[in-house]
Design a protein around this ligand. Structure first.
Ligand code: ADP
Length: 441
């Protein structure tokens, strides 16, 4: 594939994501809009080839603000070295953050490093029910603060007014571009930006209800060095590069092409989110599954070896993919956490799934479907993956991917609450481009 697809030979858009599956979600959007996109895990040693957008995945959402700022600036510096022209800071569509940050401090630092005085903040993602009206974030029909996010263990979101939330995190002046302006399209949004800028506002929360609002917001941000938001607002950015003659609009579907990957498959679930619970139950009705018991792990029982023996038995028999899962109900998670501690329970399971993944790789597994953000981070690290090329969407927020390296792996990495009930089956089909039960699985 030649770099003719991109009139410029260097990447156009450089993105910094504050967590792993959030990065994949953003990359998915960019590919959908025709940008060839690579996601790196942290700042990599080498530069990806033939790409229009790079997404650097950090783990900076809940670390101390100073650490998040340092990691984000290092990523920005590397993206600038690659030649990117515009930059995007991606966070969660539920604006996950603490009163100390990190959305405000990281945005301030990136603005300063880019010598810019203004950016927008827009977490809207209509396909997953996140909309913003008069500065208030809704999750489906509920305000953010009544959506369940008020109980999040690390980033409880108790105020749905994002102007107030962001203002708590930054000394910069925060403003709002409300729906009355956004609904009138690009020119009105640009006028809103100009007015706020004149008033000394450095960050504007921007209302949006539908994808067409996001396309208009993206177009209005063509000249901003930095844009911030959820993956949704990135929908409108590739079009700017097309209009500037820098991105070939014919590229479309080709941007999502991935190398074919042969080998065995497995599903690993370390998410305890509602959607993953339903997906695990649906799989178990028809297909083999092995449960990881965190208390058995903590007691030193050979859980990893048992899981591997279970997987091997099915792979030997008919190459059947199995599910290995720690997923369970919130009540049971709480009980385990009370006994082991939140962090220890999480780490024990993540390490076990990572060990299982590495051992299965050695036994010929090449396609991995993984549920859970932290879990995906741990597993991908254990697989020795440093960068992913992003393919076609499986479900909103979750694309098929292929690792870049000597032995490409096919990976689907799912944030806990994403994906339809039959996601695991769908993902395996898409990664294998064949029917379940056939030998290539
Ligand atoms: P999500 O994307 O749903 O938030 P993550 O993988 O990011 O999923 O986080 C889920 C966390 O919960 C992980 O640290 C995982 O190890 C932990 N976990 C999963 N299952 C259990 C369980 N049965 N008991 C306790 N902790 C669990």
């Amino acid at each position: 594939m030649s770099t003719q697809q991109n009139a410029a030979t260097k990447p156009l858009l450089g993105c910094i994501a504050d967590d792993f599956t959030g990065a994949t979600d953003l990359a998915n959007m960019l590919v959908r809009e025709g940008m060839r996109t690579v996601q790196t895990i942290g700042v990599p040693d080498s530069a990806p080839q033939a790409v229009d957008a790079i997404v650097v995945a950090l783990k900076s959402r809940t670390v101390p603000a100073a650490e998040a700022v340092a990691a984000s600036l290092a990523a920005l510096n590397w993206l600038q070295q690659q030649g990117c022209r515009q930059f995007f800071f991606k966070y969660c569509s539920t604006f996950d953050s603490t009163p100390q940050g990190n959305i405000g401090p990281v945005t301030d630092a990136l603005l300063q490093a880019l010598g810019s005085d203004f950016t927008i903040a827009c977490p809207v993602f209509p396909e997953t029910g996140r909309t913003l009206y008069r500065g208030h974030l809704f999750i489906q029909d509920q305000l953010l603060s009544e959506s369940g996010m008020q109980n999040h263990p690390l980033t409880p979101m108790t105020d749905p007014n994002l102007v107030r939330v962001l203002q708590q995190q930054t000394p910069s002046k925060v403003g709002l571009i409300g729906y009355p302006a956004v609904s009138q399209g690009v020119d009105k949004i640009r006028a809103g930006i100009d007015t706020l800028r004149q008033q000394g506002v450095r960050m504007a929360i921007v209302d949006a209800l539908e994808n067409q609002d996001l396309y208009a917001i993206g177009a209005a941000c063509a000249d901003l060095p930095l844009v911030t938001g959820g993956s949704g607002v990135a929908l409108g950015l590739p079009g700017n590069f097309v209009r500037a003659g820098l991105l070939n609009p014919q590229q479309g579907a080709k941007a999502s092409e991935l190398p074919a990957v042969d080998g065995l498959s497995v599903v690993l679930a370390g998410s305890a989110s509602k959607a993953t619970n339903a997906q695990v139950d649906a799989w178990k009705e028809k297909r083999p599954a092995f449960r990881i018991d965190p208390l058995a792990l903590a007691g030193g029982e050979p859980v990893v070896a048992q899981a591997l023996a279970f997987a091997q038995q099915h792979l030997d028999k008919d190459k059947q993919p199995v599910l290995i899962y720690a997923t369970t109900t919130p009540e049971q998670v709480k009980q385990v956490q009370a006994k082991l501690g939140v962090e220890r329970a999480g780490l024990l399971i993540e390490q076990a799934l990572a060990d299982i993944a590495a051992a299965l790789l050695a036994r010929g597994v090449r396609r991995f479907v993984i549920a859970g953000g932290e879990t995906s981070g741990a597993v991908v690290k254990a697989l020795g993956v440093h960068a992913l090329r992003i393919g076609a969407q499986i479900d909103p927020g979750v694309p098929a991917t292929a690792s870049i390296g000597a032995t490409p792996l096919a990976l689907a990495l799912k944030s806990g609450n994403f994906g339809s009930i039959d996601f695991f089956e769908k993902a395996l089909l898409q990664l294998g481009e064949n029917r379940l039960g056939e030998t290539r699985l």
